[in-house]
Structure formats: C-alpha cells, structure tokens
Ligand binder design. Structure first.
Ligand code: SF4
Length: 328
C-alpha cells in the first residue's frame, strides 16, 4: 500500500470540512471544540463553540467564572458533566500549571474530563506530538482498510488498532493526520454505504476486497435479555394433578411442567403460592405458581396427562419446576 498517511492526507487536502476551529493552534480552543463535539453534531456544536469562546476566551476566564455561569452558557447542549469537568480542569491548569495549558500528552491526559482521544487530539494539533486520536471513525477506517475482524468493543482490539495508527501516523504532521482521519471517517468511509467507488484506498482496502464492508467494524451485539412470564396452574383433585410435555422449538423441549399460560407482562392471574425466576442466556423466565383445588380435573389435551402428585418428580423437569416442588 502506498503510505497510508500520504494517501489520507492528500484526500484531506481536497475534501476537508470547513470547521471554525480548523487551523486553530490554541490548545484551549482545540480542547473546547473536541469536548463539544464528543456528544454533539457538528452543526449544533459550531454555534456553541462560538458562544463558549465568546464568554470564556481563555483558560483564565473559564477558571475565574462560577460554575453556574458555565452551565448556563452550556445550557441546551446536554451532558453537563462535560462543562463541569472543563471548569474544574481550567482551575487545575491555573493552580497546577501556572495558567499555561500543559504541553505533554500525559499531563493533558491527567486533566479532568480528558480521555485518550481528546488528549491525543490536543497534543497532536496544538503541539505536533505524534499521538493518534482513536475514536469510532478511526476504528472503523482502520478495521476496514487493515482487515481487523475481531470485535472492536474489546479493549485488546482497540489497543491493536491504536498500535497500527502509531506506526502509520505522519510524525511530521500528526495533527493533520488526525484531522484527516476524522474527516475521512465523517465524509468518506461512513458507517453505512461508504463511498468506496471514489475511495483512494479502494485497491488496498481489506473490507472492500473481501466483501466485508457491511460487516466491519465487527461488533458483538449485546444480546438483550427477553423477559417472559410463565404462569403455572396446579390443579389438585384427590392428590392427582395434570402435567404437560413441552413441545415445539422453544426452551425446555420435551420436559414436563404444570399446565402453563404465558403472558408478556407480569400481570397476575390470581394469587400465586410461589414465585421465582431463572435467567437463561437470552431470556429471563419469571414464574408464578397457582394452586387450584378442584372437584374435577379439567379436560386434558394431547400433550397433557393426569399423574399422581407424588410421582411428578419422576418426570424430567426444568429447574424452575423443581424449585417449586422443593418449596411445597
Ligand atoms: S474502500 Fe470503502 S470501506 Fe474501504 S476505506 Fe474506502 S470507503 Fe472505506
């Protein structure tokens, strides 16, 4: 591959976004823009950036303001801890760094509310230090171009991607490299339908050449637990009761249980004598058991049978049933 950095930077020279903080070398202003953009769209962030800088043009004015005023200026942007942290960090710069924005990556990183990404962005753009700013955009670009197929939600995979960036970063212009990567991810190699046909990496891109553009970056889906509500009915007549075999492709296939009614909410169908729950890999079963002493057992269906209550334990049963039997 031609130098990754060269290709990226020459793309950037022709496509870069016109943002108000572009070309800015004041670490304070870079910091403000990066914090605002953390959870805010560029267009909305733009207005707030000017508003913030108008009110607090430098570290000192921010540090000397009271917190209420900072929050007022921030009002409407949300995630207010960002503003509180910036205010605290500005005071820290005044007290610990003689009012001067720290110039090393580690010192920048130690400021309140500044993580790896923001520290790298400030260090590289303001001080030309070769730290890659690895955010979601960069993770996507690198995993696609270099073919990182492991789950990018794993810290070890992020470390691997960071290592690749460290070897690829243009150490003479790391700030430009980082901003180029940000814009490339925002405009070209976007999450859905990236513009592969006009991409300078097309011939080298692993994802494109292996038909994995829709798959990478790979993220293990968080399996959402489904909640199910099982209501078991224990009909009793002269120590006899009804059990049924579970059929179909659901959980606990071919095991036995009391006649069951399933609902999608907790709504009760009487007063249960026992409630319990069991968490399976993808679902939580909430079980409620209702005893009904009857003068005649209800008519049974094909998968049901009448058994002596004392014999129930001879049938294969899910754990939830044995918990109930233990209880009684
Ligand atoms: S070819 Fe497509 S997937 Fe690969 S870097 Fe370019 S835009 Fe992204």
């Amino acid at each position: 591959m031609a130098s990754f950095a060269n290709t990226l930077i020459s793309w950037y020279e022709n496509h870069k976004r016109d943002l108000p903080w572009r070309g800015e070398t004041d670490p304070y202003k870079i910091w403000v823009s990066e914090i605002i953009l953390q959870q805010t769209r560029v267009q909305q962030g733009w207005d707030y950036y000017f508003r913030f800088i108008d009110n607090f043009p430098n570290v000192r004015t921010l540090a000397e303001s009271d917190e209420e005023r900072v929050l007022k200026v921030w009002q409407g942007l949300g995630y207010y801890s960002r503003a509180r942290n910036m205010h605290a960090a500005a005071r820290e710069i005044m007290s610990e760094h003689e009012g001067k924005f720290p110039k090393t990556y580690d010192k920048i990183l130690s400021l309140k509310g500044i993580g790896n990404y923001t520290a790298a962005a400030i260090a590289s753009i303001a001080f030309q230090l070769p730290y890659p700013a690895v955010d979601g955009n960069v993770i996507r670009i690198v995993s696609r171009i270099f073919g990182i197929c492991e789950d990018v939600t794993q810290p070890t995979v992020i470390k691997r991607i960071t290592k690749i960036c460290e070897t690829q970063i243009d150490s003479k212009q790391p700030g430009v490299f980082n901003q180029a990567a940000m814009d490339f991810g925002a405009l070209q190699c976007v999450p859905r339908n990236p513009r592969c046909n006009e991409c300078p990496f097309l011939s080298d891109c692993y994802a494109y050449n292996n038909n994995l553009v829709d798959i990478l970056p790979a993220k293990k889906k968080k399996s959402e637990l489904k909640h199910r509500y099982f209501h078991y009915f224990i009909y009793l007549f002269e120590n006899q009761t009804i059990i049924e075999k579970r059929t179909g492709s659901d959980i606990w296939k071919n095991m036995y249980q009391f006649p069951l009614s399933e609902t999608d909410s907790e709504k009760s169908t009487g007063k249960p004598v026992f409630v319990t729950r069991e968490t399976l890999s993808h679902q939580v079963i909430h079980a409620a058991f209702y005893v009904k002493n009857v003068k005649k057992l209800p008519k049974i269906s094909e998968n049901q049978q009448i058994v002596n209550f004392d014999d129930i334990e001879n049938y294969p049963m899910p754990k939830i049933m044995t918990l109930f039997l233990k209880h009684v």
